[in-house]
Write a protein that binds this ligand. Sequence first.
Ligand code: FBP
Length: 348
Amino acid sequence: MSKNLDKHIKKGIDLGRHISITQREHPQATGEFSQLLGQITLAAKIVSREVNKAGLGDILGKTDDENVYGERQARLDLYANAIFSRALIHNGGICIIGSEEESDPVRVRNQELRGKYAVTIDPLDGSSNIDYAVSIGTIFGIYRKVSPGGSETEGTLEDLLQPGRERRSDGPFVAGCPTMLVYSAGVRVYGFTLDSSIGEFLLSYPNIKIPESHGYLSVNESYFTNWEEPVQQALKELREMGTYTSRYVGSMVADFHRNLLAGGIFLYPPEPEVAGKDLGKLRLLYEAAPMAFIAEKAGGKASNGYKSILDIKPKHLHHRTPFYAGNKDAVDLIERKFAESDKTGNED
Ligand code: FBP
């Protein structure tokens, strides 16, 4: 980031101004990325408003519909999916969406609306907490279209199944006490807080760097006995260090966000003997890879136990992966335990 720009990125500036400032770093920029980020934040504000008054209307609870994994979809899951899809398709300049709530990719049929970006999204992460006023959020990821034909042609699966390192930008929204946007376009990680009195995201964290060697252990320990030995050993050693303590909300966006600011590691290990959890629970494209992008840009690390999450080539839209993300030294410990064990990596 050039010195000249650095002095303009001040706490309190609004997201629109921030985007126009950082865009100066990309003389070839067309404004399409800014437009897309603008639509994503607009949808986030609408969803955050609904979340903040959930319980007064009839938006809580589950529907009878199930997602591709047989998980019953919450009303707010479907509401958030509809709001983000509408904003992305009608004004986002995208060609295709890969969403947790849709079994198949959502293509932009109308050529006038199509653009050069592909988006992956978990419209509402932390579904098990929706009805209990616990922090939840949205996770999004942006890729450039790679399939032939530019925005003239429809997006294809190829535009979604790109390794995380190809991402243009990523970020979670955390609908918690304040609603926050955390995003990176590849250089720094920025944190914006929604000032609902003016309906604007204002810069609250100009350059997030994850603190090292201490913080929180965030994992659902009730599955401990199902984990592979290297994970059990690593967790024991992290506990014995005495510089970590446990915190687990059960909404990855909230657990990851806390650890991003305060230090720590979020883990969702595989349970080889449990049906459907041999690769863990979290989905690569719209849960693990966006968070891995943020973790790495903030000086941390994210791994599947054997390699960086950002180097995994997705096999399909809802591909699952073991996920360890946070302090570099804590994730290195996990990788060391797997390397020392005679276990061969169930690669991807
Ligand atoms: P959803 O996107 O369906 O909410 O699933 C992901 C998630 O809720 C994560 O946010 C959270 O970390 C994890 O599942 C909780 O799983 P578990 O209840 O097994 O600990």
